[in-house]
Design a protein. Sequence first.
Length: 236
Amino acid sequence: MVKQCWILPSVSHPEDLAIVSGKAKELQLIGREAKMNSKKLIRSLESNGYSVTYFERKASAVDYLNNEIDQKTVGFGDSGTLVEMKLFEILGEHNSVVDPQHCGENESFLEVAKKCLATEVFLTSVNAVSETGELVNIDGTGNRIAGSLFGHKKVYFVIGVNKLTATLEDAIWRAKNIAAPLNARRLGIRTPCAHKGNRCYDCSSPERICNGLMIYYKKMSNIEVEVILVDEALGL
Ligand code: SF4
């Protein structure tokens, strides 16, 4: 039996959460118009060393991953995107899957997160991707960033269109001011961003979830990395 040890009240997407700054609206607009820019994004990511597979629909991306990943040990970097795609359940039918968002009866988040670092395949998402081909993630515990960098045979980044920004600067801004506050609110932690929900306050809260910021300028050496782009909003 598994329990969801990390997911708290769910939220859908930024537009549902009254994030009202002009910058946020601008970035949401870029996300919605990303279909027009997907060719540029794919070119940028490929020139940064990634293999890229693009899907118009989430269901097609799920089918693809379900065919690609078979009889493997699979770790997840806890991600709302993967939860929305139900990949824990689907891949779990023919793989050995560990996910910090689905802990066993007597397992803690940290125990499961450590197991995820020693699998053949690792799946996660990012907080933002720029049209110029950089990926950005903010992490509190470090399991998501650590798992995405080293030690696996293959890493998949699964990214919905809502994460797309024009520049690296915008991607960092989105990670800090949209993704992190939404995550804080989802987790129900005591931070000013979770309370107000509109931006990062660079807090000193003991429950702060922004302890490291990772910019993936290019694919890490000696590891296979595939970016799965989905032209639907996924995750935060
Ligand atoms: S640094 Fe603090 S206020 Fe800013 S997004 Fe992270 S948790 Fe929220």
